[in-house]
Design a protein around this ligand. Structure first.
Ligand code: XMP
Length: 519
């Protein structure tokens, strides 16, 4: 079940790498949007009853037999349509124009000349101006379908932007959704507001109210159980559900002893003290550390933690008499069914840990109130619900916790060393005002010892690696560049204050080829 939105835009996905960004830009313009793969676009269209359609890019070519098409219903609906890149090509092809295989293509930065006005350019681009855009295409439109005119041109694309004002169809060869098209967000906002005539009133307050009504309708008088991980997503989901159904919700926090310094206390005091939400706090440190003893292989550690987490959670759920629903903080990027043109399952790099499998085993239905939101929208909803900023703005933290930041065997002693060093590192990052500029920062305790000299004595102790990355979604990342004296200061503090560490290094690897976590 999903919330009914008064104003919405359907994005038909043809498999572009950047389709999610179109949804982001439309939501930034204040209109709710959803992505549907072209294969299920017809159903999504009937369910959503949108006021406008956007067609995404694609790695495919319209000239290839069997390549994706826009469902005819969408053209028959009379609604405004915006085609982007492949979207422009398939629109042109399906409406009777001509697309040819480009002999060279245009990739990267390009400039378009505005030759005529149109609703997309309102208040933004004037005739005679030149504007920077980001192109990525091989094929191109060579003859327009009836009723279209070219309103912007580029050296590689004579039909860089085209318009059919009567039908309210617009299309562009470049990608307005990426930041390398500086006016792209405003072009998309013009489509949503000026062409589709939407008011753009989608706010988090509206979302919160609608979601609460939806949760009440879904759950009725049933009981809901929610696993808290200590992270933002499950906390926001729990607070929202509690606002909807109060005491029908019980939260279970399985404390595996692999949390950062003070983190478990923070979760418990926030839920019990601040929100007065029923919370079962299971201290399972001994169980987890006992089972991790002797395990050194990263996947073996991950699998043990995942399995044990589910067992403990299940036991606790039974103790409180079971539940009809399991609440999870699943986000939109996890539910988008992206279209694959290469086929075949992708390689498992790391088995991510979650509570998968539980709902069937315990005969529970899922409540996933965040499944339409992106990470930063979840943070905004958290603030809207009154969660403290320090909690909402937290860096992501992996389910298996510190265990995957201690390559080799995990022991209580090594967890304690890492916790102390990590706390110093994060404190310095906060003091320097850098916390929010970083996607994730943490320390890794290496299974390596090095020789040092402290006072007049020799030391032979642990080596620590510091990691900090910037990223937008965790899929790719680059190492954060700290100002000159920052890292030496942190290294000195850690070696002086944390017994057991005598050397500190910094990890400059980006993802790919590295990953963010070390295991
Ligand atoms: P990697 O290391 O794969 O991490 O580059 C990408 C992002 O995912 C987080 N991560 C996890 N999160 N369970 C989680 O909930 C996991 O098992 C897990 N492993 C990695 C990681 O912290 C980063 O944000």
């Amino acid at each position: 079940m999903t919330v009914e939105h008064n104003e919405s835009i359907l994005i038909v996905d043809f498999g572009s790498q950047v389709t999610q960004l179109i949804a982001r830009r439309v939501r930034e313009a204040g209109v709710y949007s959803e992505i549907a793969p072209f294969t299920t676009a017809r159903e999504a269209f009937e369910r959503m009853k949108p006021q406008g359609i956007i067609l995404s890019g694609s790695p495919a070519s319209v000239l290839t037999e069997g390549s994706p098409r826009v469902p005819q219903e969408i053209f028959d609906s009379g609604l405004p349509i915006l085609g982007i890149c492949y979207g422009q090509q398939t629109m042109t092809h399906q409406l009777g124009g001509e697309v040819v295989l480009g002999d060279s293509g245009e990739f990267g930065q390009a400039f378009v000349d505005v030759v005529e006005g149109c609703a997309l350019f309102d208040g933004l681009w004037q005739v005679g101006e030149k504007h920077q855009v980001w192109m990525s295409h091989g094929d191109k439109v060579t003859r327009l379908a009836d009723g279209f005119r070219a309103v912007a041109v580029s050296p590689g694309a004579p039909h860089a932007v085209i318009a059919n004002d009567d039908k309210r169809y617009y299309a562009m060869q470049f990608h307005p959704e990426v930041v390398h098209t500086p006016d792209g967000a405003r072009l998309l906002a013009n489509f949503v507001r000026h062409v589709c005539g939407l008011h753009g009133e989608w706010t988090m307050a509206e979302f919160r109210a609608a979601k609460i009504a939806e949760i009440r309708a879904q759950v009725g008088s049933g009981r809901v159980i929610c696993g808290l991980s200590g992270g933002v997503d499950s906390a926001v989901a729990a607070v929202l559900i509690h606002e909807a159904i109060g005491e029908q919700l019980t939260c279970v926090f399985v404390d595996h002893g692999l949390m950062r310094s003070g983190e478990a206390d923070q979760v418990v005091s926030l839920f019990r003290g601040h929100y007065n939400i029923p919370l079962v706090h299971v201290n399972a440190e001994t169980l987890f550390l006992g089972g991790l003893a002797g395990l050194t292989d990263p996947e073996a550690k991950r699998k043990f933690i995942g399995k044990t987490f589910i067992e403990v959670f299940e036991d606790e759920a039974k103790k409180i008499g079971g539940a009809d629903f399991l609440a999870q903080g699943t986000l939109y990027p996890d539910v988008i069914e992206s279209v694959s043109f290469t086929g075949g399952p992708s390689v498992t790099i790391k088995s991510h840990h979650n509570v998968g499998g539980l709902p069937e085993r315990m005969n529970m239905k899922l409540v996933e109130p965040l499944r339409e939101l992106f990470k930063d929208e979840v943070r905004e909803l958290g603030r809207e619900l009154g969660l403290p900023d320090i909690f909402v703005g937290r860096h992501p933290f992996p389910g298996p916790g510190l265990a995957i930041r201690i390559p080799g065997e995990v022991t209580k002693e090594r967890c304690d060393i890492l916790r102390k060093a990590d706390a110093i590192y994060l404190e310095e990052i906060r003091n320097a005002g850098l916390y929010d500029a970083i996607w994730q920062a943490f320390a890794v305790l290496l299974p390596v010892r090095s020789v040092g000299v402290m006072g007049d004595g020799r030391t032979y102790d642990n080596v620590l690696a510091l990691r900090a990355v910037t990223s937008t979604d965790g899929m790719t990342a680059v190492a954060f560049q700290f100002p000159g004296d920052f890292l030496p200061r942190v290294a000195t503090r850690i070696v002086n204050e944390v017994r057991g560490v005598n050397r500190v290094t910094y990890d400059y690897t980006s993802k790919p080829p590295g990953t963010i976590e070390w295991e």
